[in-house]
Design a protein around this ligand. Structure first.
Ligand SMILES: Nc1ncnc2c1ncn2[C@@H]1O[C@H](COP(=O)(O)OP(=O)(O)OP(=O)(O)O)[C@@H](O)[C@H]1O
Ligand SMILES: [Mg+2]
Length: 272
């Protein structure tokens, strides 16, 4: 497991979910640019292996994975990299909501075989950034993410992008990030300062090691403005309780997926 010992520290100085992309302050933008640079150096490209696939995870819930994934993907696109951000946290998807995009049809619909077309929606925040939303919430995200279909999807997407950024659930809660780690070039561990315990991070790292994952490095989120107790972290207790999630019975059909593709300009349909 290759680990970059110098973490990139990113502090938004606010827990405002509306702060991303062009709305970021100067210091936060620079921190995300530094993360982009570090990442590009950690994963140099060659002619044979052009697209780089990165998974973002953390030990616990609420450490800043989705925010980091969104801003990192934005910064990569800003640097003229064709980037696909995948909302691969199918349990608590937040990216499509933040960007005002349709949540479904999306990743889960493709993985269960309801459609063979993946819809990469324009992000609306940067031309080269496209987003694949989570789709309808499935009862078995780990199984879907570890499936051969997920591998095929990543291979196909790789032909259409320079970077693929996967926003994943936390390691100590569910197996999703571990099963996906076998399909990516490297994982980034997001660690919230003053929140993630040493024990929890070590536990997560052990699990990644056990799964043979390549950990590219750490991103430390939060700041002195963002102290423990000021912000209530939501519990991941919701995870795994299938009853809370929508049933698959109402999933959209293939026909619907196609219709949506035709309506929205700028959308890219990728055939599996
Ligand atoms: N670098 C940062 N500095 C300060 N606040 C941050 C930072 N990154 C994220 N946040 C804030 O922390 C909260 C949780 O962020 P986010 O939803 O990205 O975490 P997550 O790890 O994806 O959570 P979940 O496990 O629920 O998916 C949000 O309110 C977000 O604005
Ligand atoms: Mg998230």
């Amino acid at each position: 497991m290759a680990i970059n010992k110098n973490p990139t520290s990113v502090s938004l100085g606010s827990d405002d979910k509306a702060v991303f992309g062009k709305n970021l302050g100067f210091a936060a933008s620079e921190a995300y640019r530094l993360l982009r640079t570090n990442l590009m150096f950690s994963l140099p490209t060659d002619a044979e292996h052009k697209c780089r696939v990165i998974g973002l995870t953390s030990a616990n819930a609420g450490e800043g994975k989705s925010t980091t994934a969104l801003n990192l993907a934005y910064m990569l696109a800003e640097a003229h990299q064709q980037t696909i951000l995948v909302e691969a946290d199918m349990r608590l998807p937040t990216i499509s909501k933040r960007l005002g995009l349709k949540q479904s049809p999306g990743l889960s619909n493709v993985l269960v075989g309801l459609t063979s077309k993946v819809i990469a929606q324009p992000s609306g925040i940067e031309d080269l950034l496209k987003v694949i939303s989570s789709g309808d919430i499935p009862p078995n995200p780990s199984e879907l993410l570890g499936s051969a279909k997920m591998k095929t999807l990543i291979d196909v997407l790789s032909k259409n992008a320079d970077f693929i950024v996967l926003d994943l659930p936390p390691i100590n809660e569910v197996a999703d990030a571990l099963v996906v780690s076998q399909f990516v070039d490297g994982m980034l561990m997001i660690v919230r300062q003053g929140y993630a315990s040493r024990h929890a991070v070590i536990e997560a790292m052990k699990q990644l090691e056990h799964a043979n994952a390549k950990v590219l490095g750490f991103v430390v989120t939060g700041s002195e403005n963002f102290v423990k107790g000021k912000y209530k972290y939501k519990k991941y207790g919701k995870y795994g309780k299938y009853g809370k999630y929508g049933k698959y019975g109402h999933s959209h059909s293939y026909g619907y997926a196609q219709a949506v593709a035709e309506e929205n300009s700028g959308q890219v349909d990728i055939e599996l």
